[in-house]
Design a protein around this ligand. Sequence first.
Ligand SMILES: [Zn+2]
Length: 550
Amino acid sequence: MNESNVSQMFSRSGVNGRTRAPLLCPALMVTLCLTAIGACTERPDPFEKALDAVGGREALQELRAFSYEAAGDRFESGQSVNPEAGPIRASSFDLSLLYDVENDRLSFDWRRQVFDPLRGALAYTDVVDRDFGYQIGNNSVFNPPDTDASRALPSEHIAAVRREFRLLNPLLYLRTAAMTEGAATIKADVERDGRTYHVIEVDDPTYPVKLLVDAESGRVARLKTLQNDHIWGDVETEVSFGDWSSPEGSPLQFPHRVELAVSGQTLHTEARTDVVVNPEFAAEAFALPEGPRTQVDEVAARRGALSAQYHTRWHALGIPADQDQTFVAAAAVAGDSEIQHLTGGSHHSLAIKLGDGIVVVEPPLNEARSKAVLAKVEELWPGVPVTHLILTHHHYDHMGGIRTYAAAGATIVTSALNRTYVEEALSSPHTLVADELAGAESPEWQIEAVAPDGEFSLERGGRTVKARHVPTIHSEDLLVVHVPETRLLFVSDVYMPAVFPAGQPLLEPFSAWSQGLREQLPTFDWEVEWIVGGHGGIGSIADFLSHFDS
Ligand SMILES: [Zn+2]
């Protein structure tokens, strides 16, 4: 047996469900019995070492609250120009954070500069009081800058920010381990980059975390856990901590540099200043304003906590589209009832009936959206199977629901540039949140890859669907879809039909993104009258061209 339950090393007296450890000799040695090989060795208890390194058990137990200022950057791995390109720097932020540990209340005062893919300067405050929360200000790049978009926070957002915030603050886990019997377990040491780390696993209501404690300094160097991603499933999440020092007047040590990575890609870097331990908060610091209250939804909260990275990534892009979007409206395109634009939220799909099967273009967001779209398709054409799903490009917001279509037996049509990427998505383990594909008894899926200079073409029942590449600076793998019989073109992201006023130049970044479409479309042998959007509505090709006339 190479594990020892830390809590069992101490005798404790419980107070209000919490336990207070007795005074312990810091030089306490634990006996680690390696019964398998019949030998016993002694070593300093890694947990005591970690407690000592942050200022001691007593100081941690007395940590009632803290506050700090932070500045940092957010990166996005699923929005690059191609799947091989590194993450984009999506936004920078300044944050003033107040945390009332004792009463489980938080206040996040965010100032975000969003650069990529969209742009905006956002300022808002999230106040969380246990399961209730309120946002004051504007957190969307789609709103004019002075918009007041204040609202009660949904349960998934509250759970997501609370989870990510815990991951960024290892003292909270050490405090839990110091105060809760059975919350921590010592695991076998690990070696990494020539250093030895003790491993302490600590309970977390969402998924346990492992603290990697540097064997020399006793400091928590890293934290590891799992989160869910709708595309990649169980994603390794690792947070690293540096620049430890004591805030003025406190024996506690705080990390002042923090970096969070998901699947080995850095998403969040943060440098902290002005850390205050046990500050006095103003009486109104965590007051929730009058008005609508959070409709506490435990299922949504669980979803937010398990997939926290998905929710916080959306907010770092200045696009708060992370709530499940299950309403679907259907509109026939150009009066043709066999071609339906399926809208209802931020991201749209197109369904085309071809003989005895359906082609769906675009699987956005997540499985919840895919299920809602598939239910609408079933309502429109009962019993007719979806035979093909066309993915326009690899960006996570457009690809998030792809696995549901694979589980439903649809052939996935994608750019050949994404073939490996899509194969990996379809074969990645999803155990934390088991989706339809993970639950399929013998998942079998098919990919049809479109060569960069090639054309996908499917003809059935007197109707045709075609797809071709339009590489742009938004994404090199972008496919646009054409139905010749209805003279329609479906396009995602680079242009939003029926949104921009005809005859006027497009705003950045759409002017640059859609330039590629403007230049390449005439080289196709396609007759186009209607343009239908993955965002936006249904417009005319004449309106699209009019933006480039001036
Ligand atoms: Zn995109």
